[in-house]
Design a protein. Sequence first.
Length: 278
Amino acid sequence: MKKILFPTDFSETANNAFVYALEMAKSFDAEVIVLHVYDLPTVSFGEVPVTLVEIYDSIELNNFENFKDQIPLLRKIAEKHQLDDVKMSHVLRHGDLIRIMKDMCSEEKIDMIVMGTSGASGMQEVFLGSNTGNTIVNVPITTLSVPNKAKFTRIQNIGFTTTFNDQDSEALHRVVAIAKKFHAKVKCITVRTHGFNTTEEGMEFWKVPFKNEPVEFFMIPHDDVKETILDFVEHQNIDMLAMVTHKRNFFQELFTHSLTQKLSYHIETPILAFHENK
């Protein structure tokens, strides 16, 4: 991992996620590219006494001045967490956030995106809309979404949901690489529902490449997949939950409003989402 893209609106939520971006970058000796994207409004000539060019110039100047003022504050955050040795660069652009992120991921060969999610519905935001949710669905780059209540501490346990398919195996190798950088364990959870059809032999064969890695496997029989995963996060002290985005509908189901009470503890757990290769 060489480059991490950190989109920010300079909010408290974003600044909190910034620490995760720095910690990840330090562990991999990577660069953090700080990106701020703003939009230009649609203006009716009949409503204003100045030209459109003047309006846009003023907006761009204000955004530039704000961007320039925020950079030293980000450096102070890095210094506070003793992460000021992490290489950083800063990019200011106007336009559509998702399109610009896609372009930057291609131009800069980005390896990971780190973003913040906010509010009591933070985990629901991840998969049910918002900029973070749209990024996970539309930008084909591994994305770490950090709830605003998550405060970085030493990562000791990384959870990983799996159904023992080839896409999960590839992602688990990447999770193991991250875990080793933090000297953490990987705890894989499989929820065995009535419809689960992987054989014992198939599962054992799938586990072979991870025999000598810091990986534990947990098979839990239950028909409520979402509740089982949330309980697992709590009881196994998971610091980060990794998963492959097989189907968006699964994540929509996983984080529905009916789980608000269950999410009261889970809301503090960052989600590391890998894209399923087509």
